[in-house]
Design a protein around this ligand. Structure first.
Ligand code: 3HC
Length: 292
């Protein structure tokens, strides 16, 4: 395997833009791809705002920020990914879209480039099955906020080449992350357990057993978690939680993952969490974490 020095990231939403930042901070050259110039601009904005915040907090000086931004190229042309040693896909969680992205990539990157998906719950085996070289496909699952949380789940399938797995583990360590190698099942490890916990919390709310504030306080203060489940679902996005929950339940059929009607109704009503400005809590503006 060649050493990974240039990476591609497809999809520059919250997760994709965060992953771009993580790689650039780790000293790699990064090519970020979006479908339209408008979305590319939004991706640039997320990266700029996140590094501005690091400068404002004294975690990064201006030269360091320029260095990071200078390593990143953002484009709307998939062909620009040709030099990438590894590409992480972070597009919406729709299997047809993943298939489309991976088959396009097959025709662009070199034969020994690694193709990774940041999917939260979809099957890596299914994504890999439609590619020309399933042995070079892995999951590389980052956690939100990607620039802060250290875990990366490296998901292998029965077809993944061991050298590919080792290269991704080495890369994750090189950029300061903590990789764990896990098998391919819906939700992998962290989301499988986390979403069972979310569903239990939602049931308690549905039954009027506790208020959202007291539920959050119980888990934050009593279990030592950085945030309670309602605050965390608002951070992840209620639509994302609903969708991931459905995918995990479709595979596990475990009562611990059975969908919450309340969550579905909140999504239908447009309460999506921080991103829409309203979820379990109300925020001072969309995208903000400041509760009013
Ligand atoms: N991007 C970049 N940096 C961020 C950030 C973001 N979105 N949010 C917070 N930070 C940084 C802050 O700048 C700050 O850095 P500093 O200490 O160097 O100044 C640091 O993180 C701590 O932030 P704050 O002081 O604002 O607030 P907290 O101490 O409460 O931390 C938190 C915020 C990191 C979000 C913390 O509350 C946390 O870890 N929460 C749990 C998050 C979690 O569990 N995520 C997993 C979700 S599941 C998932 O992602 C899977 C997916 O498949 C759905």
């Amino acid at each position: 395997m060649r050493q990974v020095t240039t990476v591609g990231v497809i999809g520059l939403g919250t997760m994709g833009a965060g992953i771009v930042e993580v790689f650039a901070r780790g000293g790699l050259d990064v090519i970020g791809v979006e479908t339209t110039e408008e979305l590319a601009e939004r991706g640039r904005g997320i990266l700029q705002a996140s590094t501005d915040r690091a400068v404002a907090k004294g975690r990064l000086d201006e030269a360091g920020q320029q260095d990071i931004l200078g390593r990143v190229t953002i484009t709307t042309r998939m062909e620009d990914l040709a030099p990438a040693d590894l590409v992480v896909e972070a597009v919406p969680e729709v299997m047809d879209l993943k298939h489309q992205v991976f088959s396009t990539l097959d025709g662009i990157v070199g034969q020994d480039a690694v193709l990774a998906s940041n999917t939260s719950s979809l099957s890596i085996t299914t994504i890999a099955a439609r590619t020309a070289h399933p042995e070079r496909v892995v999951g590389m699952h980052f956690f939100n906020p990607a620039p802060v949380l250290k875990l990366v789940e490296v998901i292998t399938t029965v077809r993944t080449d061991e050298a590919v797995r080792d290269a991704v583990v080495e890369l994750a360590e090189r950029i300061g992350k903590k990789p764990v190698v896990v098998g391919d099942r819906a939700g992998f490890v962290a989301n499988y357990l986390l979403f069972g916990y979310f569903v239990s919390a939602l049931r308690m709310l549905e039954q009027g057993h506790v208020s959202r504030e007291d539920l959050d306080t119980a888990m934050r203060v009593g279990a030592g978690l950085p945030m309670g489940p309602c605050t965390l679902m608002d951070l992840v996005g209620l639509d994302v939680c609903d969708h991931i929950g459905d995918v995990i339940y479709a595979h596990s059929r475990s009562p611990m993952h059975a969908p919450s009607a309340m969550l579905g109704r909140m999504v239908t009503a447009g309460l999506l969490g921080r991103k829409s400005g309203e979820g379990f809590y109300t925020y001072d503006r969309p995208g903000s974490g400041k509760v009013v």
